[in-house]
Design a protein around this ligand. Structure first.
Ligand code: SF4
Length: 273
């Protein structure tokens, strides 16, 4: 049996938060969330997805007419994006690849990320660069937290390890040539750009390898411990499976760009639109 898993930022974060939740959600595939979300949360998720689709269509070269955007909030977000898009400073000859995925091997598994927008180009010194952009319609987060998030670390590590798939003629991209910008619609004029270094990549990659090894151990023993941190249980849909109903409840954290729980079999192959 093929035990290889496709590990996304969500799966990594889930495994680190609670191994039992990882097992229930990604191996046993129990529905998440188990109960319908509050209407307001559903609506915000839907609007976030609509906004992402608009931006994707824009970078695919399609005409967007604001008057045809039916939802007023999404229309306002779009206007904010047009007025303060963080891509204006990029070289004119850059390639814009919206909704692009990349998968690289990690031990016995695959590491997978899907970028809202990947921009590839050459800087003034003719060195190739890769710049990821991530659009956020939720509450803004400070730079320190963003830097420590698995989304950031995973995207940067993926490009350092597998970016050569986009540049077959140039070989691997140096970590210093890779960056990631978060653009929050609520802080449209203040995008947050995070750079990368060889030392950071070495540390991230070593940690990712350790996580993959821990996953293999849990899988081999089929032991998936419950977290000791009951605050993790507050937003977890599986309390009833663990007898943790006493933890209290909160709406599970969801991301408008969260990918469906399906494996991705691509290997070192850029997923181009
Ligand atoms: S309820 Fe708590 S222990 Fe159970 S899966 Fe969720 S986070 Fe883990």
């Amino acid at each position: 049996m093929d035990n290889r898993l496709s590990l996304s930022q969500y799966k990594l974060a889930t495994f680190l938060a609670c191994q039992r939740r990882f097992q229930l959600r990604y191996l046993r595939r129990l529905p998440w969330p188990a109960t319908p979300l509050p209407e307001h949360t559903e609506q915000l998720l839907q609007q976030g997805q609509e906004f992402h689709q608009l931006v994707e269509r824009y970078f695919l070269g399609l005409q967007i007419t604001p008057a045809t955007i039916p939802n007023e909030l999404v229309r306002q977000w779009w206007q904010a994006f047009m007025a303060h898009s963080p891509i204006h400073q990029l070289p004119a000859n850059a390639r814009f690849l919206p909704e692009t995925g990349l998968t690289v091997p990690l031990g016995n598994h695959l590491l997978y990320g899907r970028f809202d927008l990947l921009v590839l180009g050459k800087d003034e010194g003719e060195r190739p660069f890769a710049h990821v952009f991530d659009w956020k319609t939720g509450r803004p987060t400070d730079t320190t937290t963003l830097k420590s998030r698995w989304q950031t670390r995973l995207y940067l590590a993926l490009l350092a390890e597998g970016g050569s798939a986009f540049w077959p003629q140039n070989g691997p991209l140096a970590p210093e040539q890779i960056s990631l910008t978060y653009w929050y619609v609520q802080e449209a004029e203040a995008p947050v750009t995070i750079g990368y270094s060889a030392a950071e990549h070495q540390a991230s990659w070593a940690e990712l390898q350790q996580i993959a090894a821990r996953l293999d151990e849990a899988s081999a023993a089929n032991i998936w411990p419950l977290t000791d941190d009951w605050s993790e249980c507050r937003e977890c849909a599986y309390q009833i499976y663990c007898g943790r109903q006493g933890a209290g409840t909160a709406v599970p954290e969801l991301d408008e760009a969260e990918e469906p729980d399906t494996p991705n079999e691509q290997l070192l192959t850029p997923e181009l639109p």
